[in-house]
Design a protein around this ligand. Structure first.
Ligand code: KG4
Ligand code: ZN
Length: 329
């Protein structure tokens, strides 16, 4: 069963063909990073237009890489939310057109569920439920208990900035490029030691996050309001350590409290090697982390999640709409 996965929720035009939910036949990502970098963040209108321009060539490449024609595709999975409305519309309408023309099942996929399913793409083994998923991306920081395929309970979330958003904002404060996560990670790796211990937010709900206070603290330090500013690399390392510690502490606590049998690390921030290392060290259960290229947005994860929805008979009619504010659990 070959599922075509289509992802256009933000700034990647990404299409992939995945066989039987786990085997990647092709995975093509056309990144718009350079287009948005000069503005310091994603410009929604530009993102939509770029998806329109890129989507057909990316489809052609995904089919070529998979050595398939459209006749070899059995179903179309597409992100319908959460994300930028205009960007989502490009992918969803493209998916509808293909499904209509080829008389194929259309499967709307929650982008966050896609990030979780990236964990099993290369593993080729069955998930162990209940699993605890930590989704840390540019728009979300969610702690989700997954009790079975398609069964989610959100235990915690960020009350302000998402983890990736915090990386991006602090990178801007430090004069680094966009996206900020990889830039901070690389700068932090040059530090001999972090610049002291930056705060971790304490919140009423045990698995919630808050990163805006940390960002404000970094801002005061950078502006010299707290004495002589430390070297940027040491500050980047201290910031990264604080975010990683908060994410890992809450995820491990939630996994322990809910008897999770594995922890899945998902979303763009899961590409961060400090996060991967610290979580693996502190988790009492196996940690499943996709390779970095499958952590950031891609079509293969959408095809993988779509395959499970297809098995459950959850396809949609052509009237299906985008859902920019879609949650999980
Ligand atoms: O999941 P994703 O590709 O897109 C969204 O759905 O948001 O996540 C993008 C986010 C950005 O905020 C980016 O700075 C962050 O993931 N990110 C990282 C790293 N690579 C990407 N954050 C920390 N360390 C990284 N290596
Ligand atoms: Zn994402």
């Amino acid at each position: 069963m070959n599922v075509l996965g289509i992802e256009t929720s933000c700034d990647e035009t990404a299409l992939a063909v995945v066989a039987d939910g786990t085997h990647i036949l092709s995975n093509v990502v056309s990144s718009q990073v350079e287009l948005h970098a000069r503005y310091g963040g994603v410009v929604p209108e530009l993102a939509s237009r770029e998806h329109v321009r890129a989507i057909v060539p990316v489809l052609d490449e995904a089919l070529r890489e998979a050595s398939l024609s459209l006749d070899g595709i059995d179903a179309i999975a597409v992100t319908h939310g959460p994300g930028l409305a205009g960007a989502l519309l490009v992918g969803l309408n493209f998916a509808k057109a293909l499904a209509f023309a080829l008389s194929l099942p259309l499967i709307p996929v929650n982008h966050l569920e896609g990030h979780i399913y990236a964990a099993w793409l290369e593993h080729r083994r069955e998930p162990e439920f209940p699993a605890l998923a930590l989704i840390a991306s540019g728009g979300h920081s969610d702690v989700v208990l997954m009790e079975g395929h398609g069964q989610y309970r959100r235990l915690g979330e960020t009350v302000d900035d998402a983890a990736g958003e915090a990386f991006d904002k602090v990178a801007r404060l430090l004069g680094l490029g966009f996206p900020g996560g990889p830039a901070i990670e690389s700068l932090a790796s040059e530090a001999a030691a972090p610049a002291g211990r930056l705060p971790r937010a304490r919140l009423e709900r045990p698995y919630d996050f808050s990163f805006s206070g940390l960002k404000a603290k970094v801002q005061r330090i950078v502006r010299g309001e707290e004495g002589a500013a430390p070297p940027p690399a040491a500050l980047a390392a201290a910031f990264q350590e604080s975010v990683v510690d908060s994410l890992v502490t809450k995820a491990v606590q939630a996994a322990t409290d809910h008897g999770a049998r594995e922890i899945i690390l998902a979303g763009g921030v899961a590409a961060n090697s400090a996060l991967r290392t610290v979580l693996a060290e502190r988790s009492p259960v196996p940690v499943i982390v996709p390779p970095p290229a499958l952590c950031t947005d891609n079509g293969a994860m959408i095809a993988a999640a779509g395959y499970q929805r297809l098995l459950a008979g959850e396809t949609a009619g052509l009237e299906v709409d985008i859902d920019p504010g879609l949650r999980i659990g």
